[in-house]
Design a protein around this ligand. Structure first.
Ligand SMILES: Cc1cc2nc3c(=O)[nH]c(=O)nc-3n(C[C@H](O)[C@H](O)[C@H](O)COP(=O)(O)O)c2cc1C
Length: 305
């Protein structure tokens, strides 16, 4: 078996580098392109029940070398229109994970059923977007609501369910435990970290929405700490996300406890070649440390404490 291939809750990916939700994921062509560029799998943009335009511009601000601040407002074509995009990506051979967002357990369950029909290999529940009123972290930072949503989705579908959690809470471990107890098959961590940029000239927030979500290099230590903590609290596999741009970043996430990782912001700079560079570099790191499979590396830093 290839050293880089990995399994998350019964689903095998050819390598651990997945395209993160919301990055290039709005069209099937873009998902297919990430697959051609070497992604191990691709996560769709978070899809809701109806077409949503999102917030007015500006929705994204580059914060120097720290990363990006965004408040897109979950723009998406709606489930009914999006199925064709997934079909296109699957036709090109991509292993597709379907991301969904809803305002309550019932809406999540309905969307999950529709997403299951598209042939995705797993569902990722967006319980963590930090800037959409009534959605994401507004509901996902309450363990009781996480339990309710995950339970409803698990009753509605047979697919593996990944709960994507927010770092904007005092105890992400409690959210992970709630998700696991409700039947989640994996935990994805993290979504963006709530942040703000103010223009000193106009004295107004830079993004039209005000608060946004920070992603990129600045959040890597936060994501890593969350994965470390979650690994200590649950048994289900973890998908690590946040600030990954080098093979070393990914290796740190794996030895902290992740079985796969998602890459987002780095792709805006790294472009097409990044997935190949990450895989080649990780292969070398695994070999250097004497791991003959990726699974042996998962959580390894906990065992050398
Ligand atoms: C422009 C943009 C749009 C995003 N859209 C979504 C989304 O629709 N659903 C979701 O779960 N996460 C979304 N995210 C969060 C990413 O999937 C990821 O969790 C986060 O950016 C941290 O990873 P990174 O530092 O590699 O970018 C978005 C991030 C960015 C920058």
């Amino acid at each position: 078996m290839d050293r880089l291939s990995t399994e998350v809750a019964g689903v095998r990916f050819r390598n651990p580098f997945l395209l993160a939700s919301g990055i290039w994921g709005e069209t099937g062509a873009a998902l297919a392109r990430a697959h051609r560029d070497g992604a191990g799998g691709v996560v769709t943009k978070s899809i809701g029940s109806a077409t949503r335009e999102g917030y007015p511009n500006p929705t994204v601000e580059q914060l120097g070398s720290w990363g990006l601040l965004n408040a897109m407002g979950l723009p998406n074509p709606g489930m009914e229109h999006y199925a064709a995009e997934i079909a296109l990506a699957r036709k090109e051979g991509a292993t597709v994970v379907g991301s969904i967002f809803g305002g309550d357990a019932k809406e999540f369950a309905t969307l999950a059923r529709a997403m299951e029909q598209t042939g995705v290999v797993a569902l990722e529940l967006n319980l963590s977007c930090p800037h959409a009123k009534g959605y994401g972290s507004e509901i996902g930072r309450d363990p009781a609501i996480v339990t309710e949503v995950v339970r409803a989705v698990k009753q509605a579908v047979r697919l593996p369910v990944w709960a994507k959690l927010t770092p904007n809470t005092h105890d992400i471990g409690a959210l992970a435990e709630a998700a696991e107890q409700a039947g989640a098959d994996a935990i994805s961590a993290i979504n963006t970290v709530r942040g703000l940029a103010i223009d000193p000239e106009t004295m107004r927030p830079v993004l039209a929405h005000g608060f946004g979500g920070l992603s990129g290099p600045a959040i890597k230590p936060i994501g890593l700490a969350c994965v470390w903590q979650i690994y200590d609290r649950v048994k289900v596999p973890i998908v690590g996300i946040g600030g990954i741009s080098t093979p070393e970043d990914a290796f740190e996430y794996l030895i902290a406890g992740a079985s796969a990782v998602e890459v987002g912001t780095a792709l805006s700079a790294g472009g097409d070649a990044l997935f190949g560079t990450l895989s080649a570099g990780l292969e070398r790191l695994l070999e250097h440390h004497g791991f003959s499979t990726l699974a042996e590396a998962v959580g390894a830093s906990h065992r050398v404490r």
